[in-house]
Write a protein that binds this ligand. Sequence first.
Ligand code: FNR
Length: 183
Amino acid sequence: MATRKIAVIVGSLRQQSFNRKVARTLMLLAGPELDMEIVEIGQLPLYNEDDDATPPASYTEFRERIKGYDGVLFVTPEYNRSVPGALKNAIDVGSRPYGHSAWSGKPAGVVTVSPGVIGGFGANHHLRQMLVFLNMPAMAQPEAYIGGVAKMFEGDNLTNESTKAFLHSFIDAFAAWVERHAD
Ligand code: FNR
């Protein structure tokens, strides 16, 4: 099986982000068939269509970088029952210029993480709505709504064994999904 390059997009900019910790755990659990890197989004200014002719360097860099990956894994919190603005902004930046979206065709995975019991269900499905328009085949199963996350870590270490086992099965399924949809 070829090694597939995966961009990991974390929807939280917070330093002690649980989503970042879950993303890092997924990266540790992944087999050698996935080469995963976190692609930062906090440096991207708010998208303004007026700047299309002279895009900020950070936009061009982000778009070119995303184009180099075989798939994208989104790991995000839910803000007000939807995705955080920082993630929406990054998705919008990557989707332009019109007709040259960096996202198009790349297989995607969605993980939502929250201290709450619903596990970011609203954000998960709002994101999935975007993925349809972005032409990104999103893995349907297993779904990943990680609730109650505040009690699952000691430092950066995921100590909840059943969640760890679930994340392991999730990332293995995602590897198979990416392989199935790779160019
Ligand atoms: C939240 N949080 C939250 N949680 C949730 O389950 N559903 C929600 O709709 C919201 N809404 C929301 C709005 C805003 C503006 C903030 C700042 C937070 C709580 C959120 O899940 C919690 O802060 C997580 O810890 C954020 O993820 P990170 O930063 O730990 O990865």
